[in-house]
Design a protein around this ligand. Structure first.
Ligand code: GLN
Length: 578
């Protein structure tokens, strides 16, 4: 164990703890993971990060370099070329860094530093006064380094002041668990996965990790990167902190050190974890994620806007030209490139593109311009784009001109409309004939005509209300009629969901009319228009006096229902394949 700081020699050499903290905040701990010890050199990358945050890169780099040194951590030397310490992971560089913080912040520096470390660990931390005093009294070598820095003008004020803050920083008392949380914060680009607090900018964390990668394990750094392949930092009290960027933080505690001053068991544990879990930075699987959850077209997925026979056959024939992409995950450059390639590939066959983003949790800012460029190319080629369910994403202004829908069904309807008629919205005109002549074509018109009443509806007016007696049936003459029910979605919330939209010529309200049960849902005329109504009492008269015609009417309704059910069955079966 380290004994050049006398107080450190008092630790229990058999203590041994391992903690893994994942990027989404789960913690796996075994052994002595709550035993306090001092952070020592593991504080170095963090105080460097704090200096970058407070003072900026330019000012910090004027006083400390970023090259590996190849010398012992406590070497009393400066880079002969630049006259400053080679990097912030050796003592000279760390003291220069902390002195800058001390100089810039003054009396408040210790409090600020402690708060910063506490935020990283998600727990209020304190300084082990005994270890601090012990190093203060015995740290002649660091004192020499500090004065050397003063002499070289790296430190421009009292060399004792910065040194004192450095000793305090090294004496911050932490546990193995704390260290793992700090490591996970680095794995999460500076956001603490437990508190969710954003503590450091990703650019700063990137630099901290880079220096840990090249200089974190002292003269063992090359070997470490070769075998373990993770940015890491060790401390003489026996801690090791390692980071798998984007995935997890690892911490070990075991006070016995090897010849380089790294925890012997800590090194062995990290080596084994890296190998057994395949975590080496340079051993990345190229096909881990796909941004495309599903790729389909409008013959497989159809909106709940019911179509007339002509539109239906056109969709069956050309639906393949409405290409539907359901994207997913966090879209970074690699995912974005895959997405763009897929859009490019599809665009040769597509006439309309629908991009559904509900399963996308984040689009990294650098991807927006790439997407915008691709969409602009589509636009130039006359391929319209419809966006679906992107309300949770901070959409880039370049994408706001494209039509967006908060429901997938509506987006799909718009895409179908674009294919069918070239416009997003279609409000079909009434034909010259009364529309019932189509549905009820086999029923004697002489008998039917006197029974059909034309009703006029304002936009938004309800034709049918839930719970009413089902004592009439309707056939749309003009306008659109939608029926919705409140469905519980995956998030537990109930939302009005469209079951169907009926267009001119289509029959609705027939289910309750036939069954005699109360209405199960509202039907609203969304556009305003006219529809035909047939009352049960008239139908009953027909049954009485013209049973043959009544049978014909029921057969016509059965046919219509059968066709609707057939369509629904096909859609359901196709959806199972998706
Ligand atoms: N406080 C110790 C020193 O400066 C830290 C060294 C270390 O952990 N490697 O010597």
């Amino acid at each position: 164990m380290a004994d050049y700081i006398p107080e450190l020699a008092r630790a229990n050499p058999d203590h041994f703890g391992i903690v893994l903290a994942t990027a989404d905040g789960r913690i796996y701990a075994v052994g002595d993971t709550d035993v306090p010890f001092t952070i020592q050199s593991i504080s170095k990358p963090f105080s460097y990060g704090l200096a970058l945050k407070l003072l900026g890169r330019e000012q910090v780099q004027r006083k400390v370099g970023v090259e590996p040194s190849g010398e012992a951590f406590n070497a009393i030397s400066l880079d002969p070329q630049t006259g400053i310490p080679r990097n912030p992971m050796i003592n000279a560089g760390a003291i220069a860094t902390t002195a800058q913080i001390s100089h810039a912040i003054g009396a408040d520096a210790e409090r600020l530093l402690l708060e910063f470390f506490s935020d990283l660990a998600n727990r209020p931390l304190s300084i082990d006064q005994a270890v601090y005093r012990s190093e203060c009294e015995s740290g002649h070598r660091n004192r020499a380094i500090s004065h050397l820095l003063r002499n070289a003008q790296v430190i421009e004020t009292d060399p004792e002041q910065g040194l004192d803050l450095y000793f305090r920083q090294c004496a911050i008392s932490i546990t193995c668990r704390d260290l793992a949380v700090m490591a996970a914060t680095l794995a999460c680009q500076g956001s603490n996965p437990l508190s969710g607090d954003h503590i450091l900018e990703p650019e700063i964390v990137t630099r901290m990790l880079a220096l840990m990668g090249t200089c974190g394990m002292y003269d063992y750094a090359g070997h470490w990167l070769y075998d373990v392949g993770m940015p890491a930092k060790s401390g003489v009290a026996g801690g090791v902190l390692a980071v798998v960027p984007g995935r997890l933080g690892i911490a070990t505690y075991s006070p016995r050190l090897d010849a380089y001053g790294n925890s012997s068991r800590g090194i062995a544990v990290c080596e084994e974890i890296s190998q057994r879990l395949g975590l080496h930075l340079y051993n990345q699987n190229p096909g881990l994620t796909t941004p495309i959850r599903r790729s389909s077209n409008a013959t497989f997925q159809q909106s709940r806007r019911l179509r007339n026979t002509q539109e239906e056959s056109q969709l069956a024939e050309q639906g393949g030209q409405v290409r539907i992409l359901h994207a997913q995950g966090v879209i970074d450059f690699a995912d974005c490139e895959l997405l763009l390639a897929e859009i490019q590939r599809l665009s040769n066959k597509a006439r309309v593109l629908l991009l559904d983003l509900v399963q996308v949790t984040e689009v990294q800012p650098l991807c927006w311009p790439l997407l915008a460029t691709q969409f602009e190319l589509l636009r130039q080629r006359g391929i319209p784009l419809v966006l679906s369910r992107c309300q949770h994403l901070p959409l880039d202004p370049a994408l706001t001109p494209y039509p967006r829908y908060s429901s997938f069904d509506e987006a799909l309807e718009a895409a179908e409309n674009l294919l069918l008629g070239g416009a997003l919205h279609s409000n079909p005109e009434a034909g010259d004939q009364p529309s019932w002549t189509h549905v009820l074509k086999d029923v004697d018109p002489e008998l039917i005509e006197p029974m059909m009443r034309l009703r006029r509806l304002e936009p938004g007016e309800a034709v049918i209300e839930r719970g009413q007696a089902g004592d009439s049936l309707f056939i749309a003459q003009s306008g659109l009629y939608s029926t919705t029910v409140d469905l519980q979605e995956l998030d537990g919330q109930f939302r009005a969901t469209r079951m169907a939209t009926f267009a001119p010529g289509m029959c609705f309200g027939e289910i309750a009319f036939i069954s005699g049960l109360p209405r199960s849902a509202d039907v609203i005329c969304t556009t305003g228009g006219f529809c035909w109504e047939l009352l049960r009492e008239d139908f009953d008269q027909l049954r009485l006096h013209h049973p043959q015609a009544a049978i014909q009417l029921l057969l016509a309704l059965a046919n219509d229902l059968g066709a609707k059910l057939g369509r629904t069955n096909v859609q359901l079966s196709l959806m199972e394949q998706l």
